[in-house]
Design a protein around this ligand. Structure first.
Ligand code: KIV
Ligand code: ZN
Length: 525
């Protein structure tokens, strides 16, 4: 495997899972969930966390403010349109924070200027410069993005970059907003930026690539080859539409091929697996099996020839050691005989720091699981922790109590469900449905007295075997917004009830957080 040079450049890793990633349809997060993810991103060692878009809603403002105050290590950044009210909100959210960045942006392509902004180039240039100057009043660390840069007239783009750097931008970010560029073109664009913007060395050149044609990672790396030294992206490739560059892929390309890229990162790559699983669990977006670096098949060898070579020498069919990305295999298991200390140590290894009172609840849930399942491995523990976190806030959320179903091929399915309600009362309802899950959802609807549409339902086995935990992902729609929910249990009907209630809780919490919102990110970015 390629060796690292002592003098390699560092690429700044800018994680936007909590901002662009949260723009994935159906991915609303609560403030507490964002905090947990931000803490894990800090453990991963990302340099910058884009914690949200402070002006977009009170919930986002609060998330940015709390992450900036509570998460130590990375620079905390918030997005802001190039308008005074957004920058003021950004400044307020980051007030008193040492490593704070404001990331302001405005569209620069003629397509956007004509059809969206309805302003001419001069007016837009002015907005960009004024925004950077205003942001500088709050922090020295100011990033500017010309949105849709890859479809912008390069001459106008160069002039804009020169002007914002002169106004004080310390990072200039070149977005391929619609994922249109090819790696060769995008690399050329970055080269052009270095050759045509006279003051370019006064700022870090960053890139932000979307994955509409599946080229976000390749485009980001082509930019690094041409001098970019910050890459923006999301864990698991989350993000608007087809997502952003998958950060774990960019990071591992740099770490695996330093001979080619002559650049590395500050990332603790062993935390990649934990981060991916935690984010997948909280977002309710399963990771595709064959996903590079973090998919469950990424390090599995199946064909006879491959297995033969791999057993003789791993290097025959493996370019990275799985352990370097935190892959532990399935060898480490806990059983019902395992104690609290063993569980605590294993969870700490997976990135979950537990207070004593939290450990008690988790231990009870672990024992319940271990009673039904002979061996509990890391995948079960991640599912179990997601489950604990989902139902932690008992004052504001519904909790699933008893679930009874009657079903079969000669009877009309019927479910009776009891929920613990946020007001402290227990309420039950009994309903018929087309199947047991439909009956459960109808009974829950009746208790919470809400009309939502179930748009997606998927069950996955967390591990192999007939005793595996069933991991259910559900999406519901209400008033045009989508909310996801996940639930795990060895009984898939109970898992479905948990997932459905989780989606309803998310809907209620996000609605409460965002009451009084002025604009949502998807309306503006
Ligand atoms: O895709 C994009 O252009 C963005 C900008 C706000 C950087 O997300
Ligand atoms: Zn984006």
């Amino acid at each position: 495997m390629a060796q690292k040079s002592e003098t390699e450049d560092k690429v700044v890793i800018f994680d936007t899972t909590l901002r662009d990633g949260e723009q994935s349809a159906g991915a609303g997060l609560t403030v507490e969930e964002k905090l947990r993810i931000a803490q894990q991103l800090a453990d991963l060692g990302v340099d910058v966390i884009e914690a949200g878009f402070a002006a977009s809603s009170p919930g986002d403002f609060e998330a940015v403010r709390r992450i900036a105050q509570e998460v130590k290590g990375p620079t905390i950044c918030t997005l802001a349109r190039a308008v005074p009210s957004d920058i003021e909100a950004a400044g307020k959210a980051l007030e008193g924070v040492e490593n704070a960045r404001i990331h302001t942006f405005v569209s620069s392509s003629d397509i956007h200027l004509m059809h969206q902004m309805r302003k001419d180039r001069e007016a837009i240039m002015n907005m960009a410069v004024e925004a950077v100057k205003q942001a500088k009043q709050y922090t020295d660390d100011v990033e500017f993005s010309p949105m849709d840069a890859s479809r912008t007239d390069p001459v106008y783009l160069y002039a804009m970059l020169e002007a914002v750097i002169k106004a004080g931008a310390t990072t200039v970010n070149i977005p391929d907003t619609v994922g249109y560029a090819t790696p060769e073109e995008f690399g050329e664009l970055i080269k052009g930026v270095f050759e045509n913007v006279p003051n370019i060395n006064d700022a870090v050149v960053s890139v932000h690539c979307h994955n509409d044609l599946g080229m976000a990672g390749a485009n980001s790396l082509a930019a690094v080859e041409n001098g970019a030294r910050q890459v923006e992206g999301c864990i698991n490739g989350l993000g608007e539409r087809a997502g952003n560059a998958a950060l774990e892929e960019v990071i591992m390309a740099l770490e695996t091929r330093p001979d080619h890229y002559q650049a590395g990162t500050n990332i603790d790559t062993k935390e990649i697996g934990n981060t991916s699983r935690m984010i997948s669990g909280i977002f309710g977006f399963p990771v595709q099996y064959n996903k590079a670096i973090v998919g469950r098949n990424a390090f599995r060898h199946s064909s006879g020839i491959h297995q033969d070579g791999y057993l003789k020498d791993h290097s025959t069919f493996e370019i990275m050691e799985p352990e370097t990305v935190g892959w532990r295999g399935e060898a480490l298991v806990l059983t019902k005989l395992s104690g609290r200390a063993g569980l605590r140590a294993r969870l700490a290894d997976l990135g979950y720091r537990l207070k004593d009172e939290e450990l008690s609840d988790v231990f009870t849930a672990f024992k319940d699981l271990a009673d039904n399942k002979s061996e509990v491995d890391d995948r079960d523990l991640h599912a179990l922790m997601s489950e604990q976190h989902r139902f932690a806030d008992t004052d504001r959320t519904y909790q699933v109590g008893a679930v009874h179903v009657v079903c079969g091929n000669d009877t009309e399915p019927e479910a009776e469900i009891t929920l613990m309600c946020p007001d402290g009362e227990e309420r039950s309802a009994k309903k018929h449905g087309t199947g047991p899950v439909d009956a459960v959802c109808k009974a829950i609807d009746s208790v919470v007295d809400m009309d939502v549409e179930l748009t997606e339902f998927a069950v996955n086995a967390v591990t192999e075997g007939i005793d595996a935990l069933g991991d259910v992902t559900i999406r519901i729609e209400k008033d045009g917004s989508i909310y996801s929910g996940r639930g795990a249990d060895t009984d898939i009907v109970v898992a479905s009830a948990k997932a459905y209630v989780n989606a309803i809780n998310r809907l209620l919490m996000i609605d409460t957080q965002d009451a009084g919102a002025t604009a949502t990110p998807s309306e503006t970015v």
